[in-house]
Design a protein around this ligand. Structure first.
Ligand SMILES: Cc1cc2nc3c(=O)[nH]c(=O)nc-3n(C[C@H](O)[C@H](O)[C@H](O)COP(=O)(O)OP(=O)(O)OC[C@H]3O[C@@H](n4cnc5c(N)ncnc54)[C@H](O)[C@@H]3O)c2cc1C
Length: 392
């Protein structure tokens, strides 16, 4: 049995979102416990670029910068993108964004999940205000009035004034708290690989809308592109398993050979996709953040960016004004008010785009072609979209 001296905060889950949350709260002078069932995988510059990468928006860069970690991540192995090109296979319409639309030097960065997690984990190990409990799994939680207790799988207990669940889309803690979810499973899986193309990626994030889903080519630091291709599950499986030369040919064709032929590929991986929204983000002395609260379609590369915006909002709610009870209802309501509607609008917005661009209904194809061309021609509208995606 461990000590029952309460922590200010217990964060469950050391993914990118939970780790950033624990570190940011500790930097505000709070005593934080971080519980994680598996040690995050190590990262080394000598390793191949990992298959799991994320597009990091400027708002996420801001948070990592405040934590003093961004320049380390950027210099270790991040790839900037300054342009974005989106086009529709059916109507042929195209939309282009540029960093200058957002008045910034870049639209975002492509970074390995593992590099972000590893960097945060090293910082957490050196943070005096953080107590790491890993490997340890949360198996129970009880409201104790001014505190909440967590039961761990080694039969020990942790007590905190606020428990933050950042334990991913399946969130065991959300289930223990009996918080329901809405949403649906997409009839699409994401096929992910790193590929080399004949022509350079031009620091551009490319995205083509196809009837089966979107195909993105994201620029990597070694000149290759990371592809994220959402497809009906059986088609995804077929493309994951077919012989490499056939795959390269089909991929190049689906991408309109925009960067010339696709010359080689890494191993291919597949991820099921779903839209998930928690019915509420808070309960007594409890808050949900990251994928535990919302899981979104990856077509706009927003999942972890929304999660890191949850972190910024929760830290703001707790830190201001100083001395407020971190798990008090006013603090928690403030956090929920700031994040739930933004996440819900983003999730359904991406869902809507996915539906509209998959449709082959002629009038809709015509309308979306007109829409893309109109947005492309209207500078202020493009700027608004870029500013929204940047999250600033
Ligand atoms: C194909 C694909 C492409 C994507 N591309 C992008 C992109 O370009 N940009 C973007 O922003 N997002 C993207 N995303 C989404 C992004 O990957 C997720 O939003 C993000 O990884 C979620 O992070 P998290 O920290 O909330 O959860 P997770 O990474 O799932 O972390 C949860 C952690 O909790 C731990 N845990 C679980 N249960 C317990 C327990 N009971 N006790 C202790 N620990 C526990 C787990 O071990 C894990 O470490 C993409 C997703 C997919 C599938």
């Amino acid at each position: 049995m461990r000590t029952r001296t309460p922590f200010d905060i217990a964060v469950v889950g050391a993914g990118m979102v939970g780790s950033a949350c624990a570190l940011a709260l500790a930097r505000h002078g709070l005593r934080v416990a971080l519980v994680e069932e598996r040690s995050p995988p190590a990262w080394s510059a000598a390793d191949e670029i990992d298959l799991r990468v994320v597009a990091i928006a400027p708002s996420s860069v801001d948070l990592l910068e405040q934590l003093g970690l961004w320049s380390g991540i950027r210099d270790a192995r991040a790839s900037v993108y300054r342009h974005m090109q989106v086009w529709d296979s059916a109507s042929g319409a195209r939309l282009e964004f540029d960093a200058s639309d957002g008045n910034t030097a870049e639209l975002g960065w492509i970074v390995e999940n593992r590099l972000i997690q590893h960097t945060l984990w090293l910082a957490l190990q050196n943070e005096p205000g953080v107590s790491l409990r890993c490997p340890a799994r949360v198996v129970g939680s009880e409201d104790e009035g001014d505190t909440r207790s967590l039961r761990l799988d080694d039969d020990s207990r942790l007590v905190a004034r606020l428990v933050v669940a950042a334990d991913g889309a399946a969130s065991p803690l959300r289930q223990l708290m009996e918080i329901g979810v809405s949403g649906h499973v997409y009839d699409q899986h994401a096929l992910v690989a790193h590929v080399r193309t004949e022509r350079p990626h031009e620091q551009t994030a490319w995205q083509r809308f196809l009837p089966g889903g979107t195909l993105a080519f994201l620029p990597l630091a070694d000149g290759r592109c990371s592809i994220v291709w959402s497809l009906p599950p059986e088609e995804c499986r077929r493309l994951r398993e077919i012989e490499e030369s056939l795959f390269l040919q089909e991929l190049g064709c689906a991408f309109d050979f925009r960067l010339g032929p696709v010359l080689s590929t890494s191993a291919r991986a597949e991820f099921p996709l779903r839209l998930l929204l928690a019915d509420r983000y808070i309960a007594p002395r409890f808050a949900l953040i990251g994928d535990a609260a919302h899981q979104v379609h990856p077509l706009a590369g927003q999942g972890v960016n929304l999660g890191l915006r949850d972190v910024a909002a929760l830290v703001d709610a707790i830190a201001d004004p100083a001395g407020r009870d971190p798990g008090g209802i006013t603090t928690l309501r403030r956090y929920e008010r700031r994040r739930r509607s933004d996440n819900t609008i983003s999730a359904w917005g991406m869902d809507g785009i996915n539906r509209i661009f998959r449709s082959e209904f002629e009038p809709l194809v015509l309308a979306r072609g007109l829409g893309l061309r109109a947005v492309n021609a209207l500078g202020p509208l493009r700027q608004l979209i870029v500013r929204h995606a940047a999250g600033r």
